[in-house]
Design a binder for this molecule. Structure first.
Ligand code: NMX
Ligand code: MLT
Length: 433
């Protein structure tokens, strides 16, 4: 049976050679420049990082290995993971093998459940998930093999092992976080007949086939978003020190837990329910406009809108919106999201600050989960995390396969910048970097 490991192993030599040749022939060619604004502004737009799993076009949005995300919306998570890692979709045999492989690794050790059950009832679900991943590190094949003297050429194999082990356990772990944190009853065992995302839906405690379809879509849409987003970049840096995938994924997901990144999905539902609470149901466009201005005038951001790279409506938002339109267009929470979509971009344009006034992936996902009874909004970023772990691990497997070095950009001081720009304050005191 052909495995994901064999499929990747076949492709690695040519890819390594391609990169070696690129560096040999064009190593000194300039591909980006950095302005003072970028150095102080989150390195926005600086091209100093390679990510081959996916790319975000400002106008078309996410493309996984060159395929636009809307063309992948009907695929399973297993197909997406294979595509991310290998670069091509799996054939039937490869897919069946990957599904079996993941199921065989899915059991979560008892000590993890004990820790999760001992955590305070007030713990944030993301805190629980990140803790669970961090304590699974005890099982790392990468760390054990490194201690035994593993060769650099083989790092990717151990990274893949750990990634498969972790991904296999994530649906059970995340469903367990939900059931423990919200006292939903006993943990539910996985069903070997179900796919990865279908099993996640089942272990959450919802066997409605429509909910399983939503989970499949959810897992595909959040899987990856090139290399510069906070969680992917964090994990990339951590893994570049040869910290194993458990450390890297828990670090990356700690970044996803920030309200400007993945936690925005929790904040979005809070915003939507806040409008509904104020106006006693789905608002009129005028009421939505009034509420949005209040949020902006209080100095807060409108969650679910804006993006560091995108300059158009996120195709992932469009896919969720289409799902809601198909299954429950009259749900008041979904309708509120829809009114927001009509109104908020115009308000943000008038406000004049956000470079991108359009909705991102988080703007509508919570309303859909709410419809299917997942109303605990603090849980939403855990769902995002389960999916994003595919992108993070596929990026770090690729990095180890390409034998990338430790990440270590040069930082500079404000004094140094003042000297570079010739500011009088800087010339008074010459410093070296
Ligand atoms: N509401 C209000 N103000 C905004 C928004 C928004 N949705 N988006 C950007 N701005 C402001 C931003 O705070 C900044 O203000 P200031 O100069 O006072 O610091 C200004 O507009 C320029 O920011 P941009 O260059 O447009 O955005 P940037 O690339 O720095 O940040 C986000 C991108 C996504 C962090 C930002 O748009 C934001 O905070 N959006 C709301 C939170 C959100 O939806 N995050 C989820 C992103 C997707 N994800 O899942 O990770
Ligand atoms: C993501 O999916 O990671 C977000 O859209 C944020 C980003 O790409 O910066």
């Amino acid at each position: 049976m052909s495995t994901i490991k064999e499929a990747l192993a076949r492709r690695i030599p040519a890819r390594r050679e391609e990169i070696v040749n690129l560096i040999r022939e064009y190593g000194d060619t300039v591909i980006s420049q950095v302005t003072v604004k970028q150095a102080y502004g989150g390195m926005r737009g600086v091209k100093g990082l390679v990510c081959d799993t996916s790319l975000v076009d400002p106008y078309k949005g996410l493309m996984i290995r060159g395929i636009p995300i809307d063309e992948l919306a009907d695929r399973t998570a297993e197909e997406i993971f294979f595509l991310l890692v290998v670069g091509e979709l799996p054939n039937d045999e490869e897919l069946a093998t990957l599904k079996q492989n993941l199921f065989a690794r899915s059991e979560v050790p008892d000590y993890v459940w004990k820790v999760l059950k001992d955590m305070p009832h007030t713990a944030h679900p993301m805190d629980m998930l990140v803790t669970a991943i961090a304590i699974l590190e005890e099982q790392s094949v990468f760390r054990r093999r490194y201690d035994e003297g593993m060769k650099k050429e083989e790092y990717w194999e151990a990274a893949l092992e750990d990634s498969l082990d972790l991904l296999a356990k994530l649906p059970a772990l995340a469903a367990g976080v939900y059931r423990i944190r919200y006292e939903k009853g006993d943990l539910i065992l996985p069903d070997p007949k179900l796919d990865w995302a279908g099993n996640f839906a089942h272990m959450l405690g919802n066997d409605d086939p429509e909910f399983a379809d939503l989970m499949r879509l959810y897992m595909v849409l959040h899987s990856d978003h090139e290399g510069g987003n906070v969680s992917a970049f964090t994990a990339h840096v951590v893994a570049s020190a040869l910290s194993d995938p458990y450390y890297a994924v828990s670090a990356g997901l700690s970044g996803l837990a920030g309200p400007l990144h993945g936690l925005a999905n929790q904040e979005c539902l809070k915003f939507v329910l806040g409008v509904m609470d104020r106006f006693g149901g789905a608002p009129t466009p005028e009421q939505m406009e009034e509420y949005t201005w209040e949020v902006l005038n209080s100095g807060r951001v409108v969650p679910g809108y804006g993006h560091a790279v995108l300059r158009a409506t996120d195709p992932r938002f469009k896919a969720f919106h289409a799902f809601g339109m198909k299954h429950f267009p009259d749900d008041p929470v979904f309708k509120t999201v829809d009114v927001g979509f009509q109104v908020i971009p115009k308000v943000l344009q008038k406000h004049g600050k956000a470079a991108n006034p359009w909705p991102n992936v988080d703007a509508g996902s919570g309303s859909i989960l709410h419809h299917y009874g997942i109303t605990e909004m603090r849980y939403y970023t855990v769902l995002f995390s389960v999916s994003r772990a595919m992108g993070i691990t596929s990026q770090l497997i690729t990095s180890r396969a390409m034998m990338e070095p430790i990440t270590r950009p040069k930082s500079v001081s404000t004094e140094w910048i003042k000297q570079q720009v010739g500011s009088s304050a800087g010339q008074e005191k010459k410093t070296t970097v």
